[in-house]
Design a protein around this ligand. Structure first.
Ligand SMILES: [Zn+2]
Ligand SMILES: [Zn+2]
Length: 745
C-alpha cells in the first residue's frame, strides 16, 4: 500500500505550483438488471461480476428504452461494460441481431476483441474487420459474426460502398458502439459525423434503425458531441459511480532562470529528476512526453541519476509495439521487475498498461481529457500521485497560475462541423454512389446534404434522385483526416511508408523543403516537396533543431454571418478567405529556441475559405495605443495570446488556429484582429470562440496579467507558429486593450 509519505519530501520548493488531494470515493453499486439474459448473467458471474456500478445500470436502462446513449464517466470507470451490457444482452436474446463497434485505432479494436472473448458469453461471435483482415476471411466474417469491430476508415471505404455484401448485417444491425468518441472532433470528427450518417441511411434502406452507444472522456458537451456525430439525440450518462483511490495531484513548474525574459529551466530535466526520485523509492512510475526525442532524453537523464541496478529497471516505451510486446511490458511492470517507463503520448488512447503508483505528464498534452487519461494510470489500487510538469507554453504556464482552470472547470468542448461543404461534398458523392439520394434522405444525411448535391460534380439528377455519374467509387478519394481532397502525402523516403497527409493550405508551412516534421513523436526532415505530384519526401532526422515558417498572410471578409455587440465592441463571426505565402523558414535550437539560420523559400501563395471571428476595438479601448508601431504590436500580441488560450475552450491544437492582426484592414477600414479556423471550410473552432468570447477574453487577461516576464515571452504573447517570427509584440498594450474589453462586458 502506497502512502503519501513516499513522496512528501519530494513535493516541496518553489517548483511546486499547486498541490491537491482528490479524495477517495466509495463505489455506488446497483444489482444486475433482472431482465438480463440468463446466459449473460451467468457469464458475468463467472468473471466475478455480480453487481454493477450505478452508471452502468443507468446506461443499460437508458439503452433498454431504445434511445441513443453517451457515457462520459472517468478513466477506468467501466465504460466498456456500460455499453457491452445492452449489446450482449440483445445479441443473446436474438441470434440474428448484429452490432458494429468502432475504434479509432487497430490496437484498440484488438484490446476490445480480447476482452470480449474473455467474457465468454455464449452465442457471441465477435470478429475484427479492418485493413489487416485477409480477403478470404472477410466473406466468412460478414456471414458469421454478430459483433464486428472496425474503424471509421474501413467503414467509409470498405463497408458502406459495398453494402450489397453487408445486406444481411445491415438489416439486423441493432447497435453501433462508438468508443473514444472525443477523438472524433475537428476535421476527423467532421468526416466521421458524415460516415455515421451514411451508415444510418443504409441501415434504414435495409430496414434497420440502429441505436448508437457512445463512450467519451469527460468533456463539456457530451450531448452535443453525440448529436453532432450521429445526427440524433442521446441520453447523457455522466454520474461516475466507480470507486476511486485517493490521489495526490501536483502541478510542477520548472524554476524561473530569468524573470525578465520569462526563461525557465528545462521541463525534461525536471521530469527526469522526479522520475529518478520516484523510481528510486520503488514506486512504479510512467512518464509521458510529447515527442519520442523528449521521452528518450528523459529516460537517459533519469538513468544518469540512478545507480546502474535501478537504472536497468527503467525502460522507454515506443509506439508500434505488438500486443505481445505490450503485454510483456505490462507483466514486467505489474511484477515490479520494471519501475519506470517513459513514453510518448501515442500510448495514451485507453491502452491499459496496468496499475501504477505515479504518472508524470511532461507538458500539457493538449486536452484535459488526455491529461486525465494519462493521470488515470496512477494509483488505481492504492494512493496515487499525478504530476504535470509545465513546459514554457502559454497554456501550461496559465494552468500553473490558475490551477482551478485545469482541475475544476469543465470548459473544453469537442467540436466538429459535419456540414462544412469541404467535408460534406465528398460524402454526398459517396452516399449517391451507395444509393440514389432524394428528399427522404434528409432524415438521416441532414438537410445540408440535399442542398449541396447540385454543387457536387459527377452527380446527376434523375427521377430516382441524385445518382453517381462518375467512374470509380468516390470514397477512397476522401481522406477522413483532411478537408482537401488534394492533400499532400508525406512519405518516408527510406521505407516508402506514408506517414500522413498535409492539406494544401498547410503543406507549404509544415512540409516545405528543409522543414522538420513530427510524426508519432519521431522527427523527420523534408528532403523534397513536389508540388505537382503533391508529395513530400521525408527522412528520419536526429538533429537538435526545429523549424518555423515565415509567411505573409492576408484575410478578406467574405460574409459576416453573425454580428453582435459584445465586450463593448462589434464582434463578428463569418466566412473569410485567407491567403498565405510562405517566404522563408528559420532553424531554431530545441535547447533554447535560439535562431540558427534563416533560409528563403520560393513557394506560390495559397488561398482558402474558412470561418473566422473578428473584432474592431472601439477608439476608447485603444486610447493611448494609437501610435504606430505600438498599435500593431498590441493587436498582434492580443491575437497571439487569444490563440494560445482558445484550445482551453475548443478541444483543438494551437496549430488548428490561425490569426491576423492589422492596424488597418481593407474590409473594416479600421484596426482589426482575426482568429480563424486553420482548416478550409472551418470545423467549428472559430464559432466556439464567438460563442464563448467573454470567458475566452477573461482567461486571456489573466494569462497576460500573471506572466512574470517583463516584455513578453513564450509563456504569454510569443507563438511558436507566428508567421512574423514574433516580431512586433507588445504585451502591455495587449493587456490594456483586453482588460478594457473585459471591463466593458
Ligand atoms: Zn510572459
Ligand atoms: Zn504572429
Amino acid at each position: 500500500m502506497t502512502t503519501t509519505a513516499f513522496w512528501d519530501d519530494l513535493l516541496v520548493g518553489d517548483e511546486l505550483a499547486h498541490l491537491a488531494t482528490e479524495p477517495a470515493r466509495e463505489a455506488r453499486t446497483a444489482p444486475l438488471p433482472e431482465q438480463l439474459q440468463p446466459a449473460l448473467s451467468e457469464a458475468l458471474a463467472r468473471r466475478g461480476i455480480e453487481e454493477l456500478y450505478a452508471h452502468q445500470a443507468e446506461a443499460y436502462a437508458a439503452a433498454r428504452t431504445g434511445g441513443n446513449v453517451i457515457v462520459t464517466t472517468g478513466t477506468a470507470s467501466g465504460k466498456t461494460l456500460a455499453f457491452n451490457l445492452p449489446v450482449l444482452d440483445a445479441l443473446s436474446a436474438d441470434r440474428h441481431a448484429r452490432a458494429l463497434y468502432l475504434y479509432p485505432t487497430k490496437a484498440l479494436s484488438q484490446d476490445q476483441a480480447r476482452s470480449l472473448a474473455e467474457l465468454g458469453v455464449p452465442g457471441l461471435r465477435a470478429a475484427i474487420y479492418d485493413g489487416d483482415t485477409p480477403t478470404e476471411r472477410r466473406r466468412q466474417i460478414r456471414g458469421w459474426a454478430n459483433l464486428v469491430l472496425t474503424n471509421p476508415d474501413m467503414l467509409h471505404v470498405g463497408v458502406l460502398p459495398r453494402h450489397d455484401l453487408w445486406g444481411d448485417f445491415l438489416h439486423n444491425l441493432r447497435f453501433v458502439v462508438v468508443d473514444e468518441a472525443h477523438v472524433y472532433r475537428g476535421v476527423f470528427g467532421s468526416h466521421v459525423g458524415n460516415v455515421l450518417r451514411r451508415l444510418r441511411r443504409l441501415a434504414r434502406i435495409y430496414g434497420a434503425e440502429p441505436q448508437f452507444l457512445l463512450a467519451s472522456a469527460t468533456i463539456a458537451n457530451p450531448g452535443e458531441l453525440a448529436r453532432a456525430l450521429t445526427g440524433e439525440d442521446a441520453t447523457t450518462v455522466e454520474d461516475d459511480a466507480a470507486p476511486r483511490a485517493e490521489r495526490t495531484v501536483a502541478l510542477w513548474n520548472p524554476p524561473l532562470l530569468d524573470a525578465e525574459l520569462g526563461l525557465r529551466a528545462s521541463a525534461l530535466g525536471e521530469a527526469s529528476r522526479l522520475l529518478a526520485a520516484l523510481a528510486g523509492r520503488g514506486l512504479r512510475t510512467i512518464c509521458f512526453a510529447k515527442s519520442r526525442k523528449s521521452a528518450e532524453l528523459i529516460h537517459r537523464f533519469a538513468c544518469d541519476r540512478l545507480d546502474s541496478a535501478t537504472a536497468a529497471r527503467l525502460a522507454p516505451y515506443r509506439a508500434g509495439y505488438t500486443p505481445q510486446q505490450r503485454r510483456e511490458l505490462e507483466r514486467r511492470l505489474v511484477e515490479g521487475e520494471l519501475l519506470g517507463v517513459t513514453s510518448t503520448d501515442a500510448l495514451e488512447l485507453g491502452i491499459d498498461i496496468g496499475d501504477l503508483d505515479c504518472a508524470i505528464s511532461v507538458g500539457f498534452p493538449g486536452t484535459v481529457a488526455s491529461l486525465r487519461q494519462q493521470w488515470g494510470r496512477a494509483g488505481r489500487r492504492g494512493h496515487g500521485l499525478a504530476i504535470l510538469v509545465a513546459s514554457e507554453d502559454a497554456l501550461d504556464q496559465y494552468f500553473m497560475r490558475e490551477p482551478p482552470a485545469l482541475l475544476e472547470r469543465r470548459v473544453e468542448a469537442a467540436i466538429l462541423d459535419h456540414a462544412n461543404p469541404r467535408v460534406l461534398d465528398g460524402h454526398v458523392a459517396a452516399a449517391a454512389f451507395e444509393a440514389p439520394v432524394d428528399e427522404t434522405d434528409t432524415a438521416t444525411l441532414g438537410p445540408e446534404a440535399l442542398e449541396r448535391a447540385p454543387h457536387v460534380p459527377e452527380l446527376r439528377h434523375t427521377p430516382r434522385g441524385w445518382v453517381w455519374a462518375g467512374k470509380d467509387a468516390p470514397a477512397p478519394r476522401i481522406p477522413l483526416r483532411s478537408t482537401s481532397p488534394d492533400a499532400f502525402l508525406v512519405v518516408d523516403a527510406s521505407t516508402g511508408d506514408v506517414l500522413g497527409l498535409a492539406e494544401r493550405e498547410r503543406a507549404y508551412s509544415t512540409v516545405h523543403e528543409g522543414a522538420v516534421y513530427l510524426h508519432l513523436g519521431r522527427q523527420y526532415v523534408v528532403r523534397e516537396l513536389d508540388l505537382h505530384a503533391r508529395r513530400a519526401l521525408v527522412e528520419p532526422f536526429d538533429g537538435d533543431w526545429y523549424t518555423q515558417a515565415k509567411k505573409e498572410t492576408t484575410t478578406a471578409i467574405e460574409e459576416p454571418l453573425r454580428v453582435e455587440r459584445r465586450l463593448g465592441l462589434e464582434l463578428s463571426f463569418g466566412r473569410a478567405s485567407v491567403t498565405e505565402q510562405v517566404v522563408a523558414y528559420q532553424k531554431k535550437a530545441i535547447a533554447d529556441g535560439s535562431t540558427l539560420d534563416t533560409v528563403p523559400l520560393d513557394l506560390p501563395p495559397t488561398t482558402f475559405d474558412t470561418e473566422a471571428v473578428w473584432f474592431v476595438p472601439r477608439p476608447h479601448q485603444l486610447e493611448g495605443l494609437e501610435a504606430m508601431p505600438l498599435l500593431l504590436s498590441s493587436l498582434h500580441a492580443a491575437e497571439h495570446s487569444l490563440i494560445a488560450l482558445l484550445p482551453l475552450w475548443a478541444m483543438c491544437d494551437r496549430w488548428d488556429i490561425g490569426g491576423l492582426s492589422t492596424n488597418h484592414h481593407l474590409d473594416t477600414g479600421a484596426p482589426t484582429v482575426f482568429v480563424y479556423d486553420g482548416h478550409a471550410g472551418g470545423v467549428g473552432i472559430a464559432q466556439r470562440g464567438f460563442a464563448q468570447f467573454e470567458g475566452w477574453v477573461a482567461d486571456t487577461v489573466r494569462l497576460l496579467e500573471g506572466c512574470p516576464c517583463e516584455r513578453g515571452c513564450p509563456s504569454c504573447v510569443q507563438s511558436p507558429k507566428c508567421g512574423n517570427l514574433n516580431e512586433f509584440l507588445d504585451k502591455a498594450g495587449a493587456l490594456t486593450l483586453l482588460t478594457r474589453m473585459s471591463n466593458s462586458g
